[in-house]
Design a protein around this ligand. Structure first.
Ligand code: ADP
Ligand code: MG
Length: 314
């Protein structure tokens, strides 16, 4: 029993909200079901599993809902919005995994952990907040929000104004020990949703957003996971992505991937943090990281699909 492999699985935004759907409760249950089935298969294969997830669309939805409240109702802060999404998505994911496991004839016990992640107030991202969140505004509205709430507003590539917040590097998962203990007791744990709730060195909540792939990598390292799998909406990692000479990677050493990273193959807002998260995991643990298609999660786990990042000297 003690030698069971621990796998940390990070689910991308499309695990809960499929593109082209509105996101009704019913659609959310339907979408998450497919991901839950794959995870239940992985767990029933004998691996211990920790699931992490993004929350971009859901936190955006909540912020928009806050905006439409009557003026005399207080606005809730971003850390509270992230906490709400951890409960929302944690429920969807955990409940669905238990039900899918049951249909496979195995028992799965889940635990959802509201997770805090420490960041530094001295992180350079506080000088230059750049992560867009929430609704789109006109210049006039943006000015009003800056004055009213002290938000930092920036013009986005579409020419509208949006709030920007820092995206600091995750330093420590506050609940890591508890998560590890639950995993060792064979619970399937859902944790660090949306990258976790950021708190500073003095444990004060911070208005910021932590990248979910970087936070998931830190969690995987903190609990000594054997494998780290990032699931998204493409079949893996490509060099020259979207160009005529595009090439999908199957197995790649961490040094080779670092070289591609330095050459600029992976953009900051999408594949960049996933590749960085994978590199950090493999370098620190000597384990394997995989990046692949959520719809094929079990095959990615079996290494029949996806990109697998291995240490230089296994
Ligand atoms: P998630 O919501 O799962 O975190 P993202 O949208 O942030 O996913 O990142 C996945 C996207 O990264 C893919 O849909 C793909 O369009 C894009 N992408 C950018 N560069 C690459 C690359 N080099 N290889 C593969 N996908 C890439
Ligand atoms: Mg995304």
């Amino acid at each position: 029993m003690t030698c069971l492999e621990t796998v940390v699985i990070a689910l991308g935004g499309n695990a809960i909200l499929r593109r082209g759907t509105k996101g009704t409760p019913r659609e959310q249950w339907e979408t998450v079901k497919a991901a839950a089935r794959e995870i239940a298969r992985i767990a029933s294969n004998g691996s211990r599993v920790v699931v992490t997830h993004g929350n971009g669309p859901q936190v955006g939805y909540l912020l928009e809902a806050f905006e439409s409240l009557p003026r005399d109702k207080p606005r809730q802060s971003l850390d509270l919005a992230v906490a709400m999404t951890q409960g929302w998505l944690g429920f969807l994911i955990a409940h669905s995994i238990e039900r899918e496991a049951e249909t496979l004839g195995v028992e799965a016990k889940t635990a959802v952990i509201v997770t805090r992640v420490m960041v530094s107030r001295r992180d350079p991202s506080f000088e230059n907040p750049s992560k867009y969140i929430g609704s789109y505004y006109t210049e006039e509205e943006a000015k009003r929000l800056e004055e009213q709430y002290g938000w930092v507003m920036k013009r986005d590539p579409r020419g509208m104004y949006r709030r920007v917040v820092p995206s600091p590097t995750p330093l420590r998962i506050l609940e890591a020990d508890r998560i590890k203990q639950l995993v060792e007791n064979n619970y399937i744990v859902v944790a660090v949703g949306g990258g976790g709730i950021p708190v500073d060195e003095d444990l004060q909540p911070v208005e910021a957003v932590i990248d979910k792939d970087l936070a998931s990598s830190l969690l995987a390292r903190s609990i000594n996971a054997d494998r780290f799998i990032i699931l998204t909406d493409v079949k893996g990692v490509a060099v020259n992505y979207g160009k005529p000479d595009e090439e999908w990677l199957t197995t790649v050493t961490v040094s080779q991937l670092e070289e591609y990273y330095a050459q600029g193959h992976f953009p900051p807002g999408s594949m960049g943090p996933k590749v960085k998260a994978a590199i950090d995991f493999v370098k620190e643990t000597g384990g394997t990281a995989s990046i692949g298609d959520l719809q094929e999660a079990y095959r990615v786990y079996r290494r029949e699909s996806g990109t697998h990042i291995i240490p230089d000297k296994p």
